[in-house]
Every structure is written in structure tokens, then in C-alpha cells.
Design a protein around this ligand. Structure first.
Ligand code: NAD
Ligand code: WQD
Length: 342
């Protein structure tokens, strides 16, 4: 049985990935500094899978502590690296916090991988590296655009660091997964997204408006060059996304990767507008959302959705959840969380 280190594993996507790894028979160890999560997530993972993953309260930026942890866990054979800060807005206000955390944590991890027999890395990247693509749907060979935020830049820089590191250390192999818009929650509603404070992202803002925590949702612009004027994104169920990580780590561990560093777009392949998201959420969950149309949000791109041909073929992965199922899971989680956890 392989032991996988999941950094950032009590976070939103990490926790859902830990569930799927355990379901697939992997032994999982989580290292997380709880900057944006809490250990209550471990209870949810255990309730879903019957297994409580190992947990280390650890800042990956602390090289000495990371070294000590890995010395104590020599059975770790691969890493899935989720640990990072991810707020676009905050990264504009506090760029150094983002560059330090997201880049130093990766460099520390790569250095430790090199000095041990940890040869496989799956990295959390983002479609933000594409900016506003010239062609849609966007493929992995699309040109990367200048990042619109320090956060997005940390993802571009991280991909370059991994590429240069692997050139110098050919025994290491990696897959960078470029996520589009992960949304929703585990079908049991025992784990989900835990945005702290006022959510930046659309779906948690929708669910918090529906449950009465927010007075109204602001739709940031309906004057875009799209069918209904609102922005278009590719919204992917977080459990589908988690399953792609299992496929990716298996590909590396079984030596099926065709290059030392591979990139895969992870989305549904369908573009959905903000207004379609609201209407679908209302219809599926029989709730109404109080929203107003306001001005555009600075930095928003108009439309992006994935060409998922490569991931479908090479990872044998395809998003399974319908938009309706995805938005129903988001609402079920919001109700469960507010009634049991908040
Ligand atoms: P999240 O904030 O829920 O999870 C990140 C986890 O990493 C948190 O538990 C946090 O405590 C931990 N962490 C942060 N810095 C750390 C450090 N130095 N040491 C140890 N732990 C640390 O975010 P998420 O949505 O689960 O995102 C996971 C990854 O996916 C991130 O790298 C993010 O950039 C990337 N990503 C997210 C999205 C999205 O929309 N959620 C989209 C594309 C890419
Ligand atoms: C989606 C759409 C908004 C909130 C961001 C990051 C990206 C990745 C995913 C980390 C946009 C509109 C939103 C609201 C709205 N994160 N919206 N009212 O901006 O596509 O991507 O999260 O990697 O890097 O940029 O996601 O959910 O913030 O917005 O109208 O209150 O919903 O304008 O069109 P986004 P989002």
C-alpha cells in the first residue's frame, strides 16, 4: 500500500482528495498548518471512509520541521501538494505573503523530495495561468498569459520551478493539474468548502445568500460579450476533481506518464454563466436568490472553459457530476454546516 503525503489536506480540495485516496486503498498522511482549515475536517473524513488519516500540524515553509517530519515518515512514496494561499484579492493587497508562502513551501518540498526516494509529485495549479484565452475551449498547449494577480503569478512561477527542478533531477516526475472552478461538496455533506469571512467565490456566496447569511448576491456585470452578458466559467464538482488526483498519482506511481512533467486541464468542458448558475441553483434547490446586477469586478476575465480531451484520454478521467447535482451538493453542505458546525 502506497503512503501519500497530502499537503494542505484539511483544506477544501485536499480533504475531498484524501477521501478518494483512502477509498482507493492508499494510506494518507496530511500535513497542514491550519491557516485556512481546521482539524474538524478529519472527523468528516473518518465518518465518510471509516479511516482517520494521519495529521501533522506543520508549516511546509518551515524547512527544518518539514525535514524532521519526513525523517519520521520514510514510508511516504509520493506527494500531492495543495498547501498554498489562494485568495486573488488578498494576494493583491499582500503580495509578499503569497510569494513567500506559495513559493517557499514548494521549494522546501522539492528539496526534500530530491534528498529522499520521493519521486512523484502532483501539483495544484489553476486555469488562471491562461488568463483570457484567445481560443475556447482552452487546451494545455494554449499560451500562458501574464498573471492577473500575485496569486496567479505564484502558480505560473511554481510550474516553472517544477519544470526547471525536474530538468536538473530527472528521477523526479510530476503532474500539474490546472483546475478550472471547483465547487460543491461531498455528497454526504460531511465535508465541504469552509470560506472564512465574506466569500470571494460565487458558489459559497450563493449558498450563504440562500441561507440568509448574506442579504444579497452581487452579479459582477452583465455587459460582457456572452449570451446573457454575465461571465462564463467551467464549474467542476470537487469530488470529480478529487478523483482526477487519484488518477494522476496512480499514473505517476505506475510509471505511465509520457513526460517527466505533464499538465492536465480539469473541468467539465462546459461553460456556464453566472446567471445560469443562479437560475440552476434556484431551480434545483427550490430556493430563490436575492441578487442585483452591479459593475464588473476588476481582474475578472470574460469567459473560460476547459478542453478536457487530454485528461479524458491520458488520465482516463471525466467529470461525472451534472451541474444540478453539483449545486444540490453545495446547498446540502451549506445547510448541514450551518445547522451542525457553525
Ligand atoms: P484551501 O485554502 O481550502 O486549502 C489549502 C490548505 O493549505 C489549507 O488547509 C491551508 O491551511 C493549507 N496551507 C496553506 N499554506 C500552508 C503551509 N505553508 N503549510 C501547510 N499548510 C498550508 O484551498 P483549496 O481551495 O483547497 O485549494 C487547494 C489548492 O488548489 C491551492 O494550491 C489552490 O491554489 C489550488 N486551487 C484552488 C482553486 C479553487 O478555486 N479552490 C482553483 C485552482 C487552484
Ligand atoms: C466566478 C464568477 C465572478 C462572486 C477564482 C480565482 C481562481 C480560482 C477560482 C484559485 C466570476 C462572478 C463571483 C460574486 C459574482 N481560485 N461572481 N459575484 O474568479 O472564476 O476564479 O476562483 O485558484 O484563481 O480567480 O471564481 O467564484 O470568484 O467567480 O458575480 O459574489 O462569478 O465575476 O465571473 P473565478 P469566482
Amino acid at each position: 500500500m502506497h503512503t501519500i503525503l497530502v499537503t494542505g489536506g484539511t483544506g477544501y480540495i485536499g480533504s475531498h482528495t484524501v477521501v478518494e485516496l483512502i477509498n482507493e486503498g492508499f494510506r494518507v498522511l496530511i500535513a497542514d498548518n491550519l491557516a485556512n482549515s481546521d482539524t474538524g475536517v478529519l472527523d468528516g473524513i473518518q465518518e465518510i471512509t471509516g479511516i482517520r488519516p494521519g495529521f501533522e500540524h506543520l508549516d511546509i515553509c518551515d524547512a527544518e520541521k518539514l525535514k524532521g517530519y519526513l525523517d519520521s515518515n520514510p514510508e511516504i512514496g509520493a506527494v500531492i501538494h495543495f498547501a498554498a494561499y489562494k485568495s486573488v484579492g488578498e494576494s493583491v493587497e499582500k503580495p509578499l505573503k503569497y510569494y513567500r508562502n506559495n513559493i517557499v513551501s514548494l521549494i522546501n518540498l522539492l528539496e526534500e523530495m530530491k534528498s529522499r526516494s520521493i519521486a512523484s509529485l502532483v501539483f495544484s495549479s489553476s486555469c488562471t495561468v491562461y488568463g483570457q484565452p484567445d481560443q475556447l475551449p482552452v487546451t494545455e498547449s494554449a499560451p500562458l498569459k501574464k498573471a492577473c494577480s500575485p496569486y496567479g503569478n505564484t502558480k505560473q512561477i511554481s510550474e516553472d520551478i517544477i519544470a526547471d527542478f525536474i530538468k536538473a533531477s530527472p528521477s523526479i516526475k510530476s503532474i500539474a493539474l490546472r483546475y478550472f472552478n471547483p465547487v460543491g461538496a461531498h455528497p454526504t455533506a460531511l465535508i465541504g468548502e469552509l470560506p472564512r469571512g465574506v466569500p470571494d467565490n460565487l458558489v459559497p456566496f450563493i449558498t450563504q445568500t440562500a441561507i440568509g447569511l448574506r442579504d444579497e448576491l452581487k452579479v459582477f456585470g452583465n455587459d460582457y460579450n456572452t449570451p446573457d452578458g454575465s461571465c462564463i466559467r467551467d464549474y467542476l464538482h470537487v469530488t470529480d476533481l478529487a478523483r482526477a488526483h487519484v488518477a494522476a498519482i496512480k499514473r505517476l506511481l505506475e510509471g505511465r506518464n509520457k513526460d517527466a512533467l505533464e499538465f492536465f486541464n480539469l473541468g467539465t468542458g462546459k461553460g456556464i454563466s453566472v446567471l445560469e448558475m443562479i437560475n440552476t441553483f434556484e431551480r434545483v434547490n427550490s430556493v430563490s436568490i436575492n441578487y442585483t446586477i452591479t459593475g464588473r469586478r476588476p481582474g475578472d476575465i470574460e469567459q473560460v472553459w476547459a478542453d478536457t480531451t487530454l485528461a479524458n484520454r491520458e488520465l482516463g478521467w471525466k467529470a461525472q457530476s451534472s451541474l444540478e447535482e453539483t449545486l444540490a451538493s453545495a446547498w446540502k453542505w451549506e445547510k448541514y454546516y450551518r445547522n451542525n458546525k457553525a
